[in-house]
Design a protein around this ligand. Structure first.
Ligand SMILES: Nc1nc2c(ncn2[C@@H]2O[C@H](COP(=O)(O)OP(=O)(O)OP(=O)(O)O)[C@@H](O)[C@H]2O)c(=O)[nH]1
Length: 371
């Protein structure tokens, strides 16, 4: 029984949340649903109490607020409205604001109405953030102070002592400041976590030496691009490229010299390729290029351009100049072929390039559309 109730409640509060939205938005929708649920049950109960006490005006206000809180939740069920959560949070906040103003104006039940206004700061900061929250609460304080202190109680129906009015404003200001500070710390903490998570993501997806995407990140790009190419029926190609006799570079110029060559090469690749092409450090001295919307023939032309450019480039480390050559395997990824098969075919061509004397691209020619 308790489990069923828990499940129903969670499903109820989850209405409107969506896996494609960001976490903070989903959290807001969840809390907005919670506020609207608490809002309409409490205001409904208070409205019934007001009827029993024959306070018709208060009962009407409370019933209206209860209905608005209820609608704020039901709006998530309307499929034709986009961004229902923004409308919903606004309904919750504005209904709450007017209800609070009315409670201050009327005094509510036995002049206890103003006690409810402390609900406003947490709701305002949660829905609007620090800046908007402060503006909304500031406006509320101005309105309430105007109502309470206007000469001859022109804008209030209830009778409060001067002490009660001033303490109400002071204590409300204190609560607002405390919640404001809490919201400030919360946002700072969220920004800190966000930066940390970006750093971890950068580290997990990039090669620390060249800063190029690593094998893991390239795996994601490959699957994403492959699906896109299948949907749009467009070609895409791979270049697998390996430095020739890299061991010798390490032997002659030391490991630091080898590292320098890898970094310089990564920059050269980045400056040669188009923005939409992806370059990754696939292994030690091996780079995999993903070329979207490129046929095998076009990829071959590009591979030759890169190979010649690198062969001509003079690398200088510790006042010593040296050259690098590349062997490249090219493969157009056909619609019927899996990514893994395409990579393995490019690897075979790379092997052939090494076998045939290095500093070359294989296959030697490619006809467009050929597998
Ligand atoms: N400096 C440096 N060297 C690396 C790095 N990763 C791999 N290597 C070196 O790259 C060399 C690769 O050697 P091999 O696999 O024999 O290949 P190769 O000497 O390039 O010969 P071929 O590929 O057959 O032309 C090894 O000496 C590795 O230590 C790195 O991050 N930095």
């Amino acid at each position: 029984m308790f489990n069923k109730l828990r499940k129903w409640m969670l499903a109820y509060l989850d209405i409107g949340t969506n896996g494609s939205r960001d976490r903070e938005d989903n959290q807001q929708i969840f809390v907005s649903n919670l506020f609207s649920f608490i809002g309409y049950t409490i205001t409904f109960a208070l409205a019934v109490g007001a009827i029993l006490n024959a306070n018709t005006l208060l009962a009407i206000s409370l019933f209206s607020a209860s209905l608005l809180f209820f609608l704020a939740h039901q709006i998530h069920r309307v499929k034709s409205i986009k961004n229902t959560y923004k409308i919903s949070t606004r309904i919750v906040f504005v209904s709450l604001l007017f209800l609070m103003l009315y409670l201050v104006y009327s005094g509510g039940y036995a002049n206890t109405g103003p006690l409810w206004i402390y609900i406003l700061p947490p709701v305002a900061f949660f829905f609007g953030g620090l800046r908007k929250g402060l503006i909304n609460i500031g406006l509320f304080i101005i309105l309430v102070s105007g109502m309470l202190f206007y000469p001859n109680d022109m804008f209030i129906n209830a009778v409060y002592s001067y002490e009660f009015k001033s303490r109400l404003i002071y204590s409300f200001l204190t609560v607002t400041l405390l919640f404001g500070f809490y919201e400030f710390s919360r946002q700072r903490f969220i920004r800190f976590i966000q930066t940390l998570s970006d750093q971890f993501e950068q580290q997990a997806m990039h090669d620390p030496l060249t800063q190029l995407p690593n094998r893991r990140a390239m795996g994601d790009y490959l699957h994403h691009e492959f699906n896109r190419a299948q949907r749009s029926q467009k070609s895409m190609s791979l270049l697998l490229c390996d430095i020739d006799h890299f061991k010798k570079i390490n032997d002659i110029h030391g490991h630091e010299g080898g590292d320098y060559a890898l970094k310089a090469l990564a920059d050269l690749f980045t400056n040669t390729l188009r923005k939409q092409d992806k370059i990754s450090r696939w292994g030690g001295e091996e780079f995999l290029f993903l070329l979207p919307e490129t046929t095998g023939n076009e990829a071959h032309i590009l591979a030759e351009k890169i190979r010649k450019k690198v062969a001509k480039h003079e690398f200088t480390y510790a006042q010593k100049t040296f050259n690098i050559t590349l062997s490249i395997g090219v493969k157009e990824v056909s619609q019927q072929m899996s990514i893994d098969k395409a990579i393995s075919a490019a690897d075979n061509y790379l092997y052939q390039a090494k076998e045939n004397g290095r500093n070359r691209t294989m296959p030697e020619t490619i006809e467009s559309g050929a597998d």
